[in-house]
Design a protein around this ligand. Structure first.
Ligand code: HEM
Length: 378
């Protein structure tokens, strides 16, 4: 009789052990699946460990510096994230015309990385990708790994290519979905990517048409009045936060804004108005973990769009200038300098003036002879 309770206790203990083991196994499986979800098939030439031997400290060099950059100016996180988006959509280089502020940071990081790992070791495109990830993490977003091994493009995007490839903030969801579908992104991808507007600002011209001459009925009235106070007329160039609830924190509050009709851009707010995407917006608004998961997946996917790898393109030694352009420029400068030296003292002042103007050197007079002084900017 007395054995029964102890049997029962042993049975319970056994069951408990089994349950704990099952739970641990499930947790391990979820973790593994999470990592696997992130390890989607990679484009040929990219790898999760590309710089493991050639520049093992790459990511820590960037993270350490990015911590300082964001601490000093949190707004840069948004600019840098946006640079990466434009880089992916327009061309596999960081085009210099986008955000000079952010671009300076990338060039500074390139210098630091090349100093430690060697000139030509890491591409600007890879640095930009890591910088975007760090901008997300350092403002509170999810940590994730990025595949690396990109090379830089041989050309910069023209103004026209930039305009054609970048989505417009004035378009309704239908057009946005069609535009993104041509690049192989589905509705969930589009909504998740738009969630990047959880940080950063928009300038007045990006949303003025929603306020004047008539107010967009899909905009909350109080919110519209606030925006009108910031931008009282059509000539102001003020900015407003894209996510009014937590403008400098990478979270899911942007989706709550949309639910409350407080999205800034038409392309944002319409994601909630349109029935094809409304459910996805709601699912992200109530579940930040889900948003983070989808966002990481689509960022890794976006970061692989039409990448150059292997022997394609080049590795730039200046993120705002093509190397081949640099070499050509250096050759021209050398040539001009030799010309200048040959001509000095021979009365060909006009030609000297033309050369010096064109190539940025000066001709000075020392001890009554003309001397070519190199004052090249680059
Ligand atoms: C879905 C289509 C998208 C449209 C139509 C769009 C449009 C815009 C516009 C118009 C602005 C404000 C620009 C200004 O007035 O200064 C902006 C800002 C921004 N965008 Fe997007 N965007 C889109 C997708 C993305 C994606 C995919 C990302 C990144 C993954 C992104 C990241 C950002 C960030 C972080 C800002 C704030 C920039 C800052 O504060 O400097 N956007 N976007």
């Amino acid at each position: 009789m007395t054995l029964v309770p102890s049997h029962t206790a042993a049975l319970c203990l056994g069951l408990l052990v089994v349950m704990v083991m099952v739970m641990v196994m499930v947790m391990v499986m979820v973790m593994v699946m999470g990592i696997e979800a992130q390890q989607q098939p990679l484009v040929k030439g990219l790898s999760w460990k590309f710089y493991e031997s050639s520049c093992p400290k790459l990511e820590s060099i960037i993270r350490k510096q990015m911590e300082k950059v964001i601490k000093k100016d949190v707004g840069l996180a948004a600019s840098l994230l946006r640079v990466h988006f434009h880089d992916c959509f327009v061309q596999k280089t960081a085009p210099p015309n986008l955000s000079l502020r952010g671009f300076d940071v990338i060039e500074d990081l390139r210098r630091r990385v090349h100093k430690q790992c060697g000139v030509g070791s890491v591409s600007c495109a890879d640095i930009t990708t890591i910088v975007a990830r760090d901008s997300i993490v350092l403002t509170g977003g999810p940590e994730y790994k990025v595949p690396l091994g990109r090379r830089d493009g041989l050309t910069f995007a023209t103004r026209n290519a930039t305009l054609v490839n970048l989505p417009s903030p004035f378009v309704p969801t239908g057009m946005l979905l069609t535009n993104f579908a041509t690049k192989n992104f589905d509705a969930t991808d589009v909504v998740a990517l738009s969630g990047a507007h959880t940080i950063g600002v928009a300038h007045y011209p990006s949303f003025t048409s929603r306020l004047y001459p008539t107010q967009d009925p899909t905009m909350d009235k109080t919110f519209a009045s606030t925006l009108k106070r910031v931008c009282p007329n059509t000539t102001t160039n003020a900015t407003t936060f894209l996510d009014i609830r937590s403008p400098n924190t990478f979270d899911n509050k942007y989706f709550l804004d949309l639910e409350k009709k407080q999205g800034v851009l038409t392309s944002d707010q319409d994601l909630y108005t349109d029935e094809r995407t409304r459910g996805i917006v709601t699912s992200f608004a109530v579940n930040q973990t889900l948003f983070f998961e989808k966002f990481v997946d689509v960022m890794v996917k976006m970061g692989q769009m039409e990448v150059l790898t292997g022997t394609q393109g080049e590795i730039r030694n200046n993120c705002s200038r093509r190397d081949s352009q640099q070499m050509l420029w250096a050759k021209l400068k050398r040539r001009a300098y030799i010309d200048c030296c040959r001509r000095r003292g021979h009365g060909q002042r006009r030609e000297l003036l033309r050369l010096s103007n064109a190539f940025g050197f000066r001709v000075v007079r020392v001890l009554s002879i003309n001397v070519c002084v190199l004052l090249f900017k680059y």
